[in-house]
Write a protein that binds this ligand. Structure first.
Ligand code: URA
Length: 288
């Protein structure tokens, strides 16, 4: 698909549309090695090589955010050197390279986000933003009020003290208890280690909330795109992480269902399927 050169430059975040026109008029933009000064020249971002100031301009990739209800038995990595099943198998081919936002242990179920928005990922994982994550944990025994207070105050683990957690007992039987625990950090196996440290090993763990998002309507193994409003809430929870440039410039109303920024940038052709899925909010089930 051909696009106007100034649009390509603006969408790629090189400069505003007007400043891009100036760059073109000044002969500072090369297409396939030749300066192009004619405004309105069309290029194909997939086959033409566009350079400004010696740098190749790549069209901004569509920003996509996917929520998955991860079953046990999947590792939260793109590729596993040991050949175990990865969460990527749950979502299938999306036409863009997605990465998990943090991790869930192989044995932990629940809410996992995947995105190609590095800035959003960093903001969500940055300890300063303390994005709350809520887990349901089945543990041995019934924690005493004193144990619950210790967890709430923070306990000492081998990699340092934990920050205060919110802990509730949801259910308790002779065999064990079900707890809700909300933490604001994301250390390796943190919930399991916290509960183990206070004498209540975890037999089942599921993340049910990540910041403003929960698993509502998503069965185990299913995934769906986040809509614009959900992404906006995530950004707010992550200290107001900036939307990609193209997204900020042409943000439609926040209620529209769409991938992170798909409504703003021309998606790569291979992403069209993803757009359709997002718009219809269809959920898909795989890997089971
Ligand atoms: N805490 C854990 O113990 N495991 C996870 O996967 C996430 C948090």
């Amino acid at each position: 698909m051909q696009v106007r050169l100034q649009k390509l430059l603006a969408d790629a975040g090189v400069a505003s549309r007007r400043a891009s026109e100036k760059l073109i008029s000044e002969g500072r933009v090369l297409v396939n090695g030749q300066p192009v000064t004619q405004l309105g020249t069309k290029v194909d971002p997939e086959t033409d090589r566009v350079e400004v100031g010696g740098r190749v301009v790549r069209p901004m990739e569509e920003r996509v955010c996917v929520i998955v209800n991860k079953p046990r038995g999947y590792v939260s990595t793109v590729k596993d050197p040991e050949g175990r099943r990865t969460v990527m198998e749950l979502i299938g081919h999306m036409g863009v390279r997605l990465y998990p936002v943090g991790r869930l242990d192989m044995d932990t179920e629940g809410l996992l986000l995947l995105t190609n928005d590095g800035e959003l990922t960093n903001a969500l994982l940055h300890p300063r933003h303390e994005v709350p994550k809520t887990y349901v944990a089945e543990v041995d025994g019934l924690p005493t009020p004193e144990t619950l207070s210790r967890l709430r105050r923070g306990i000492r683990l081998e990699d340092g003290p934990t920050s205060p957690a919110e802990v509730k007992v949801l259910k308790s039987t002779e065999r064990g208890s079900t707890l809700s625990i909300t933490i604001h950090e994301g250390r390796n196996r943190q919930v399991r280690r916290m509960l183990e440290a206070v004498g209540h090993p975890v037999s089942f763990l599921k993340r049910v909330r990540f910041g403003p998002l929960d698993l509502h309507g998503l069965k185990l193994g299913q995934h769906r795109f986040l809509n614009m409003a959900e992404v906006a809430r995530l950004r707010a929870a992550a200290g107001g992480a900036r939307a990609p440039r193209a997204m900020r410039r042409r943000s439609p109303d926040a209620g529209t269902a769409a991938p992170c920024a798909s409504a703003q940038t021309s998606p790569p052709r291979s992403n069209q399927a993803g757009l359709t899925r997002s718009g219809s909010k269809r959920v898909t089930r795989r890997g089971k």
